[in-house]
Design a protein around this ligand. Structure first.
Ligand SMILES: Nc1nc2c(c(=O)[nH]1)N[C@H]1C(S)=C(S)[C@@H](COP(=O)(O)O)O[C@H]1N2
Ligand SMILES: [Mo]
Length: 328
């Protein structure tokens, strides 16, 4: 997405790559059960310190468990209000072409690396300017809030696009559960911080981890704003942002923060991950707009994943009817 500007005290790209190979090897040793036996590499403990509990699950096991626990959610009833003007993107193509900087700053092997992220147990904290801060387990959320399927377009700022079925709940239902105070004008969302499991968080130290994003309260409670727990009628695979991620289809993809652990209500507009990296390239609002080019490329058209078809970019990614009022 963006080549970070290295500062002098930061790790050189060459060393970073070496460490990534090294860490990949450690992940392999752990998966093979060798780290605990003292056969692994020493001196490489994650700074989060927390050892995963015995019930912890990762990758395909966690996905299978989510499916077993929520048979009514996958598949969920499709909400007919959201229709597509293009065919659905092939599931395997979407699964193989993902941005997830916690693992890599390119798209190679993200699925494989993200499979090492512990997905259960997973709790979400709802706090900040709320009546009563609370922490809920993601399975509890799925039991409490009705889930539905929605077909949405997705547009990355890199000019690729896809069309996918998400399963989840309106963000608004989560906001209502949190009961924010009237002083809460923005919602800040934060991803996990687990350098021991996410190689990018150890190696790509020039980013301000954990990944963090934000919406105005009006955006967060717009009916389009969605929290996905599934895709293609199955629980999210790790690389798509399991166990739950934001989907705001009228904005560039980087606003749709993955693997969220915290929803914090705040009074002021919060700093956001990409805006801090490159403020001239990535704004806070970041609505899809064919008329505003990225400094290095045009946003007038987009390329569909899988087919390579070029389509004109639509204002608000085609969702003006829902959201244009918010910016009038
Ligand atoms: N935590 C986190 N969320 C993230 C990202 C990321 O690197 N880390 N990348 C964003 C970008 S740039 C895009 S385009 C979408 C990609 O979602 P997908 O992999 O499900 O297509 O996730 C967004 N959410
Ligand atoms: Mo993106």
């Amino acid at each position: 997405m963006v080549r970070p500007r290295h500062r002098r005290w930061e790790i050189a790209e060459r060393e970073a790559t070496d460490e990534r190979v090294y860490l990949d090897r450690r992940t392999f040793l752990r998966d093979a059960g060798m780290v605990g036996l003292g056969l692994g590499l020493a001196g490489c403990n994650g700074s989060d310190g927390a050892e995963a509990p015995d019930s912890a699950m990762r990758g395909a096991d966690a996905v299978a468990e989510a499916l077993r626990l929520h048979p009514d959610a996958y598949p969920a009833p499709r909400n007919p209000a959201y229709t597509l003007d293009r065919p659905l993107t092939d599931r395997t193509v979407a699964a193989a072409y993902t941005n997830f900087y916690e693992f890599r700053n390119d798209k190679d092997r993200i699925a494989e690396l993200a499979a090492g992220l512990t997905l259960r147990p997973w709790t979400v904290t709802l706090d900040g300017l709320v009546e009563q801060p609370r922490t809920v387990d993601v399975d509890e959320l799925l039991r409490r809030l009705p889930v539905e399927e929605r077909l949405y377009r997705h547009r990355c700022v890199e000019a690729w696009a896809m069309a996918v079925p998400w399963t989840g709940m309106p963000l608004r239902s989560l906001v209502e559960l949190a009961r924010p105070l009237s002083s809460a004008r923005y919602l800040r969302m934060v991803s996990f911080m687990r350098p021991a499991e996410a190689i990018g968080q150890r190696v790509d130290t020039w980013y301000d981890w954990p990944y963090h994003e934000g919406l105005s309260r009006a955006e967060a409670t717009n009916e389009l704003a969605f929290v996905a727990t599934g895709i293609y009628a199955k629980p999210l695979p790790p690389q798509h942002g399991a166990p739950l991620r934001l989907v705001v289809p009228w904005k560039y993809g980087y606003k749709s923060i993955k693997s969220i652990v915290r929803f914090e209500f705040v009074a002021e507009r919060p700093p956001t991950f990409w805006n801090e990296q490159a403020p001239n390239e990535y704004g806070f609002v970041s609505n899809v707009d064919p008329a505003v080019p990225h400094p290095r490329w045009s946003q007038a058209t987009e390329r569909m994943l899988g087919t390579g078809e070029r389509r004109p970019t639509l204002p608000y990614n085609g969702y003006a009817e829902w959201v244009a009022d918010l910016y009038a």
